[in-house]
Structure formats: structure tokens, C-alpha cells
Design a protein around this ligand. Structure first.
Ligand code: HEC
Length: 155
């Protein structure tokens, strides 16, 4: 009898419990949440509602995924692109943010970010964010632009 086998199986089950594969991208919930708390939450708040000059991720972030430019914007924005995270962890935290806070704004055909996509985009980090963001939002499909009007007009 190999008495170590049940223990090994138990450890494997515990490890897999943290990983939720969605659209081909794996999210380690504990790690993603930790990275968000350490590096993003200070500005974006614990539930993504933001405030002052920080835009609301909650119920809105998924709208950006409706256009190619919007999808790229979420990586090129300085908070993402210049973060201390490596590209694999940045992809993970962005996917986590979208699923955690996106709610109804998440597109049905959601394609998760992958490390190589994020790695390319973040090298083209944005500087003039406010005007660029307005332009991106203006180009979103109408329904989403309307949602924007009703949430936050400041930025
Ligand atoms: C110092 C404050 C600060 C920190 C820390 C920060 N952000 Fe941001 N973030 C902002 C601001 C301000 C904006 C609005 C665009 C801009 O002016 O850069 C923004 C916008 C964004 C957006 C686009 C959402 C939108 O509606 O424009 C994403 C995605 C984002 N941040 C992700 C992150 C991630 C991921 C982290 C952590 C790795 C992070 N941010 C850390 C301040 C911050």
C-alpha cells in the first residue's frame, strides 16, 4: 500500500481549486486578488468603484472590450502598462478585474487576455490618457456610450 497517495491527491485537488479556466486563460483567484489589492486597489478601491479622478471599473470595464482600441486601451493605460507585474500576471489581473467587476458590461463572447498579447501592448503605454479615453468611449457602440453618460461624465 502506498500511504502517500491520498495525501498527494488531496494536495492536487487543493491546488486546482484556485484555478478557474475561462476561455483558455487560467486565473489563480488568490494570486489575482492579491495583486489587485497590492497594486491597484489603492486607487481603484476594493470593489472597483473608484472615485474622484479614478474611473469606475464596476459595471463598466467590459464595455471597452467591444472595440479593438478599447481592448488595447485596458492594457496600455498607465496603471496597467507600467505596473510592476509581469505580463502573465498583468493579463491575469485584468481578466480577474473584468470578471469580478464587469457584471453586465462583460461581452458574451469575452476573449480573455493572454500574456503575449499583453506583453506587446504594454510596450506602447499611453501618456495622454484623458483625451484618448474620451475618444475610445465615443467610438463604443451606442448603447455602451449611453451607459457611460449615466455613470461618470468627469473623465
Ligand atoms: C495611482 C493610481 C492608480 C493605480 C495604482 C492604478 N490605477 Fe488604473 N487607473 C488610474 C486612473 C487615474 C485611470 C484613468 C485613466 C488615466 O488617467 O490613467 C485608470 C484607469 C485604469 C483602467 C482603464 C479603465 C477606464 O475606465 O479608463 C484600467 C484597466 C486600469 N486602470 C487598470 C489598473 C490595474 C490593473 C492596476 C494595478 C496593476 C491599476 N490600474 C493601478 C489610476 C490608477
Amino acid at each position: 500500500m502506498n500511504s502517500r497517495k491520498p495525501l498527494i491527491c488531496g494536495v492536487m485537488v487543493a491546488a486546482f481549486a484556485f484555478i478557474l479556466p475561462v476561455n483558455g486563460a487560467e486565473i489563480n483567484q488568490a494570486r489575482a486578488k492579491f495583486n489587485y489589492q497590492m497594486l491597484c486597489q489603492g486607487c481603484h478601491t476594493h470593489d472597483g468603484s473608484g472615485g474622484n479622478d479614478i474611473p469606475e471599473l464596476k459595471g463598466f470595464i467590459g464595455n471597452f472590450l467591444a472595440t479593438k482600441q478599447g481592448r488595447e486601451y485596458l492594457v496600455r493605460v498607465p496603471g496597467s502598462a507600467n505596473s510592476a507585474l509581469n505580463s502573465s500576471d498583468l493579463a491575469e489581473v485584468l481578466n480577474w478585474i473584468i470578471l469580478e467587476f464587469g457584471a453586465d458590461s462583460i461581452p458574451k463572447d469575452l476573449t480573455m487576455y493572454q500574456a503575449d498579447e499583453v506583453d506587446k501592448l504594454r510596450h506602447d503605454a499611453l501618456f495622454e490618457v484623458i483625451e484618448y479615453r474620451k475618444m475610445i468611449i465615443a467610438k463604443l457602440p451606442k448603447r455602451q456610450a449611453e451607459i457611460k453618460q449615466s455613470t461618470k461624465e468627469k473623465l
